[in-house]
Design a protein around this ligand. Sequence first.
Ligand code: HEC
Ligand code: HEC
Length: 306
Amino acid sequence: MKPLLPALLALAVSTPVLAAKIAMEDQSQIPPAPAKPEGQQWFQPPHERDLPDDAFGRLVQQGRAIFVDTRNQASEYVGNGMNCTNCHLDQGRQANSAPLWGAYTMYPAYRKKNDKVNSYAERIQGCFQFSMNGTAPPADGAVINALTAYSYWMSTGAPVNQSLPGRMYPVIAEPQGGYDLARGKQVYAEQCAICHGDNGQGQKSGDDFVFPPLWGKDSYNWGAGMHRINTAAAFIKTSMPLGKGGSLSDADAWHVAAYMNSHERPQDPRLVDGSVEKTRVRFHANDGVNLYGQKVNGVVLGQGTR
Ligand code: HEC
Ligand code: HEC
C-alpha cells in the first residue's frame, strides 16, 4: 500500500460518515472562472525564449521538463504511465485545460477534498497522489520547488487571487435523462480508440506513452479528479479528440466520459478498511458524478488494478 498524506489519514479517522448530500466538488469556495470577454484573448503566459539564463531560468526549465516528462524526471513519485501535461495541455498553457497560469495565483485555497486550506505545494502533491497514482514529493524538495517556479513564471503579470477566464475546465451540463454508456461506447470506438486503443490502454513508443492510457493500471486512480464523469466530460468536450476540441456535443462528451470511467483503474489510495463500500460512502458518495462502488454490467467498480 502506498503511504498516505498524514492529513488524509487524519481526515479518514476523524470524518464521520456524511449522510447529507453536499457538493464535494474541488475548491467549491473559489468562484468559477468568468467567461472570456468578447473580442479579448486569454491570459498570455511568457515565452520560453524570454527566460533569463540564470539560476531562476534554469529552475523554471527544470519545472517545465518535469511537467512534460514526469514519468522520467520525477519517476520516484509516479505510479502510472502519465505526465502532468497529458491533462494540462500544451505544457500547462492551454486555456480551459486547467492551465498553470490560472492556478498558481489562486492558492492558498480551501479544498473539500482534504477539508483544509491547501498551499500550492499541497495542491500539486494531490495531483501526484491521485492523477499520477504516485506519492507526494516533499513540499520543500527539488521537484515541488521546480514545478512551483515554472507555475510562478507562467503567471507573470497575472492578478493574484482573481479567477481568470480559462481557469480549470468549463462546466458542461449533464444531458437530460443522464448519460448513456452504450452511446459512450459507440463514440469511443468511432472517435477515441484510434489513439487511446481499443481497451483504453494507450499507445507506447518504447517505454513511454505517445497516447496516454484512459483506464487500466497505467491510468489515473479512483481518487483523481478525472474519475468524476462531470470533470472528464468537461475536459473531453474542450480538448478531445486531440486537435478537434469542441467538436463533440455536450451529451456525447458526457456519454463517452461515463464509458471511459466505467472501467477499472488503480485503487483509491484512501481506501477505508479495505472496503470499497466504506470508501464509496466516505469519499465518493458526494464527489460529483462518479461510478466508484457502483454496479455496471453486474460488477461493482472500484476493485482497483495491479
Ligand atoms: C489524435 C489522437 C487522439 C484522439 C483521436 C483522442 N485523443 Fe485523447 N489524448 C490524446 C493525446 C496525445 C493526449 C495527451 C495530450 C498531451 O500530452 O499533450 C490525450 C489526452 C486525453 C485525456 C487525458 C489524459 C489521460 O490519459 O487520461 C483524456 C481523458 C482523453 N484524451 C480522452 C479522449 C477521448 C474520450 C477521446 C474521444 C472522444 C479522445 N481522447 C480522442 C490523443 C487523442
Ligand atoms: C489525469 C489527469 C491529470 C494529470 C495527469 C495531472 N492533473 Fe493536475 N488536475 C487535473 C484535474 C482534473 C484538475 C482539476 C481539479 C479537479 O477537478 O480535481 C487538476 C488540477 C490541478 C491544479 C490546480 C488547478 C487550479 O486552477 O486550481 C494544479 C496546480 C495541477 N493540477 C498540477 C498538476 C501537476 C503538477 C501534475 C503532474 C505532477 C498534474 N497536475 C497531473 C488532472 C490531472
